[in-house]
Design a protein. Structure first.
Length: 189
């Protein structure tokens, strides 16, 4: 079976080690490398594990020759000298939602966010709150309300947030059951 594991991994900007650690259960970078190069046979189980680690469907990793591929060719690279042709052929695989993700839609511009933006977030339980410091987060409140802002401090029971935009007052939330950390901004131009 011909796979596109290497191509999709590179398009995601991940190393062999990143993919190996993201697999469930984790594996070694050498194993991922052998599966990429065909030195080891790719079973359906391995294909599903690697697809989950890369955030794509297993079908995206198989070069079937037919069917519709979900990828975008990279035609230019924007750098300090402007837009230039890429040095080698590459593709970008559009993001796919994974378990535990939620989204926020922006209806009016606020801070760095513009009307029409989508903010993709990953939910985090209380034991992972420390990893969200200095990141934008969504915090649930009673009665279906939410707070959104930059998590600036955390102690044993409280989270302190600064709302987006200038002049906002610090908000304090006690013991939220979870938070959603902003991980991806989708903006139409």
């Amino acid at each position: 079976m011909i796979t596109r594991i290497r191509e999709v991994r590179r398009a995601r900007g991940m190393t062999l080690d990143d993919v190996a650690k993201a697999c469930n259960p984790p594996t070694t970078p050498q194993t991922i490398g052998r599966l990429e190069t065909g030195m080891r046979t790719v079973s359906i189980i391995w294909l599903n594990r690697i697809a989950e680690a890369l955030g794509v469907d297993a079908a995206d990793l198989v070069d079937g020759g037919g069917g519709e591929k979900v990828e975008l060719p990279v035609v230019a690279v924007l750098g300090v000298l402007g837009a230039t042709a890429p040095k080698r052929t590459s593709v970008v695989v559009p993001p796919r939602p994974k378990g535990g993700q939620v989204a926020i839609t922006v209806s009016a511009s606020k801070g760095d966010y513009r009307a029409g933006d989508e903010i993709w977030c990953e939910t985090v339980e209380a034991d992972g709150f420390a990893g969200a410091l200095n990141r934008d987060v969504l915090v649930p409140r009673p009665a279906g309300r939410f707070l959104f802002g930059r998590l600036i401090d955390r102690d044993a029971e409280r989270l302190q947030l600064l709302p987006p935009g200038a002049g906002g007052r610090q908000q304090i939330v006690a013991n939220p059951p979870w938070i959603a950390v902003a991980t991806k901004l989708v903006r139409s131009l």
